[in-house]
Ligand binder design. Structure first.
Ligand SMILES: Cc1ncc(COP(=O)(O)O)c(C=O)c1O
Ligand SMILES: N[C@@H](CCOP(=O)(O)O)C(=O)O
Length: 469
């Protein structure tokens, strides 16, 4: 199993190097050179496996022998042992043919834990094997940051710097990051948007001497390992609904396009997926793309679902790569144009192809609140504002009722208590392990959106750099 860059100019790598590299050296994203296949018999065999057992089966082919089965099983068990629910990602029925897959029972209450708990284990394992260390830089609109910090805190071979947009996350999200006082954890509140944070991270990766000096690594979904771990729950959901003998649809509240891309990857591997419904908030660049074929960035507006306040969805490049028949040069040209002008367009033929599988839906604040209110009034079920966008998208899709729809429940309602209270009148309490979050001291640095200042900040905190000095 080797991995190639979406821009065609970086060396192909094996899994261990892809994990540590994060972004490809040509600015592209790594994808498998070929998709491992799941046959109908494989899917039947998966029925009745625990989540951890299934995770080993689905992910092992992606490792290409870089970690053996016994070691990988230990890492997977350690990762999913941290979840509060025995099923890890339980399914709750929310309508006659719709289910919510609750991805938020991990330590930081968002779907990011599913991948990042495993990434923490993988970094430890591979860095020890290579006797190396890394400096992780990550961008977050709120959830990746806390999940990555939780997964990497106190790890001897890792320093982690997370950039979040100043005053644009929920208070719970911010505190989950800034109250971790471990000496290897550094939080930057950047004066800008999430897109500015993500741009800064990519700029650091694209400065090759800086990247090499600090052994930069990534925890965002630009890192292939994030996508790999997220594929597993789509396989689990489809198998639970009767795959391979029944098709399913997924409704995915979307921002950076990593989660829904993992669903696409599951389909490429052989999971019978009839439709992928992409839900967006008012930052609706993706919904507009699936309607018109034009990707056109606008300013980011703050919404009830702050983790999805994103305009430039980095993982879209991975889908584009397939849409352009894996022509790296064409993708590189398209991305360069997008960077310069803030827009690109696909052909009508490409749009038709993409729409065979994908549909987009924009859900505004009122609709989000309505979904949350209805769910609570109907069954006492509290839904967070991101998952609510997914529910609205699923309802709008108008699918054949014989196809079960699984909405990705991406965050616990307690992460967004203001929005939930506004919709339902109920303020969901934080689970016990976070009950004193508001009393814990915080540590963070507020910095301007200036790449030189940000690089200096990271360099000063990277133990790799200190060892070399
Ligand atoms: C709670 C929540 N829902 C949805 C999303 C969107 O997921 P993706 O960026 O993978 O599209 C995010 C952030 O990424 C999130 O934190
Ligand atoms: N919503 C995300 C944004 C970053 O997405 P990622 O999947 O690329 O890490 C967040 O919560 O930070």
């Amino acid at each position: 199993m080797s991995y190639i860059s979406t821009r065609g100019q970086a060396p192909a790598l094996a899994f261990d190097d892809v994990l540590l590299a994060g972004l490809a050296r040509d600015g592209g994203l790594y994808v498998p050179a070929a998709w491992p296949k799941l046959t109908p018999d494989d899917l039947r065999r998966f029925r009745g496996l625990s989540y951890a057992e299934l995770a080993v089966e689905v992910m092992l082919p992606f490792l290409g022998g870089t970690i053996d089965r016994a070691d990988f099983t230990k890492l997977v068990n350690a990762a999913y042992g941290t979840f509060q629910h025995k099923a890890v990602v339980p399914l709750t029925q929310i309508d006659s043919n719709a289910w919510m897959m609750e991805l938020f029972h991990g330590p930081t209450l968002a779907f990011k834990d599913v991948a990042l708990q495993l990434l923490g284990q993988l970094f430890d394992h591979l860095l020890a094997k290579k006797d190396s260390r890394v400096t992780i830089v990550g961008a977050t609109s709120g959830d990746t940051g806390s999940a990555a910090i939780e997964a990497c805190r106190d790890r001897e071979r890792v320093d982690i710097v997370i950039l979040h947009p100043h005053n644009r996350t929920s208070e719970v999200q911010r505190r989950q990051m800034t109250t971790v006082l471990s000496s290897n954890v550094h939080n930057v509140a950047l004066e800008g948007t999430f897109d500015d944070c993500q741009d800064a991270v990519k700029a650091m990766f694209n400065d090759q001497p800086f990247r090499d000096a600090l052994n930069l690594s990534a925890v965002n979904s630009i890192n292939w390992a994030r996508i790999m771990a997220q594929i597993v729950y789509y396989v689990a959901a489809a198998v639970a609904m009767g795959a391979p003998d029944r098709e399913v649809a997924f409704a995915v509240p979307t921002g950076n396009f990593g989660n829904v891309y993992a669903a696409y990857a599951a389909r490429q591997m052989g999971v019978p997926v009839a439709k992928l419904i992409v839900g967006t908030n008012e930052n609706d660049i993706l919904a507009r793309f699936f309607a018109s074929g034009e990707m056109k960035a606008d300013g980011v507006v703050p919404t009830l679902s702050p983790s999805m306040d994103i305009q430039v969805s980095s993982n879209f490049e991975r889908l584009l790569f397939d849409l352009m028949d894996r022509d790296g040069a064409a993708v590189a040209q398209c991305m360069a144009g997008f960077r310069e002008t803030g827009r690109f367009e696909v052909s009508q033929g490409q749009l038709a192809r993409v729409r065979e599988l994908f549909a987009g839906y924009r859900c505004d604040t009122e609709q989000t609140l309505d979904v949350m209110r209805d769910a609570y009034a109907g069954s006492g079920y509290l839904v967070d504002p991101h998952s609510a966008v997914g529910v609205a998208a699923a309802r709008h899709a108008g699918l054949d009722r014989s196809i079960p729809v699984i909405v990705m429940g991406t965050a616990h309602p307690a992460k967004f208590p203001d929005a939930v209270e506004k919709a339902t009148g109920v303020r969901p309490p934080l689970p016990r392990h976070l009950a004193d979050l508001y009393e814990r001291p915080e540590r963070l640095d507020i910095l301007p959106n200036d790449i030189q200042i940000l690089k200096d900040y990271v360099r000063a905190r990277a133990r790799v750099a200190k060892q070399q000095a």
